[in-house]
Design a protein around this ligand. Structure first.
Ligand code: ADP
Ligand code: MG
Length: 266
């Protein structure tokens, strides 16, 4: 069974791409087979996975505009260990082109249907906008994973995202669920962080992951080497936090005890 997550938040800089690289790398370390779909024309997840977006011959753009099959565009990442459907600036055009295409909301969903049986998990890294690309991600996904920084304006943006998800559930994808909120760049010494965190738990209850991702410089450095933190500095707080998050995800979605990760970090 494949678990498909859209990593979504229309706010930029909240840790979507960092999550789209590091959570899959941790799941690979737990012996899961994972595909990452880069659905942001900035191609940050592609570069951060060690694949040069400027040298990509076939990308997610070619897939959703039916110029190639999904399997022809998927690459295995050199070090991270997951497969990647890469993106680059070509994808900017897709936003406009999709508007005139048939089944424009379902392009990614149908493309992934061809290969999803090969994976335990698929993560879609969304652009920082509630646009047609994000709609494609929400149509293809079963769950939405929402990374967020615990700051005042974060809650305001969340209301717009919940409205969009509600609309998608009604019109495009009735199976879509809130797969969880992940607190990123978390600083427990900051009282606003704690206030917002409490409000999130009051409103979303168990949907808020217990694992938090601390602010950690290794997480910010690793993408420039094309590596997840686990490969860049496996004992870093950032790598450990994403491993813990992956363990929590496995327990939640597979309903089983996560495998022992001591051999990975030890
Ligand atoms: P998004 O994809 O939501 O725009 P990113 O994952 O690209 O956000 O993160 C924005 C910036 O913050 C990047 O430079 C990234 O390296 C950095 N960053 C993300 N998460 C962390 C973290 N936990 N600690 C430190 N830096 C982080
Ligand atoms: Mg991003």
């Amino acid at each position: 069974m494949t678990h498909i997550f859209a990593i979504t938040n229309q706010k930029g800089g909240v840790g979507k791409t960092t999550t789209a690289i590091n959570l899959p790398a941790s799941l690979v370390a737990m012996k899961r087979k994972v595909l990452v779909v880069d659905l942001d024309p900035q191609g940050n997840a592609t570069m951060g996975s060690g694949i040069n977006k400027n040298e990509v011959e076939r990308s997610v753009y070619d897939v959703i505009t039916h110029q190639c099959h999904c399997a022809e565009a998927v690459q295995h990442t050199p070090e991270a260990g997951y497969d990647l459907l890469p993106a680059n600036s070509d994808l900017t055009a897709a936003e406009v082109e999709l508007m005139s295409l048939k089944m424009k909301e379902h392009r990614l969903q149908y493309a992934l249907a061809e290969i999803k049986h090969e994976y335990d998990y698929i993560f879609i890294d969304c652009p920082p906008a509630l646009n047609m690309l994000t709609v494609n991600a929400l149509a293809a996904a079963e769950q939405v994973l929402i990374p967020m920084q615990c700051e005042y304006y974060a809650l305001e943006g969340l209301a717009a995202l919940m409205d969009t998800i509600g609309h998608i559930q009604k019109v495009v994808n009735p199976r879509l669920e809130i797969g969880g909120l992940l607190r990123t760049m978390y600083d427990p010494r900051n009282s606003l962080t704690n206030d917002v965190s409490d409000q999130l738990k009051a409103h979303f209850g168990d949907a808020v992951y217990s694992s938090v991702i601390p602010r950690n410089v290794r997480l910010a450095e690793a993408p420039s080497y094309g590596l997840p933190a686990l490969q860049y500095d496996k004992s870093s707080k950032g790598a450990m936090a994403y491993l813990a998050m992956a363990g929590e995800m496995v327990r939640r979605v597979e309903g089983i005890k996560a495998p022992d990760t001591a051999h990975i970090t030890g």
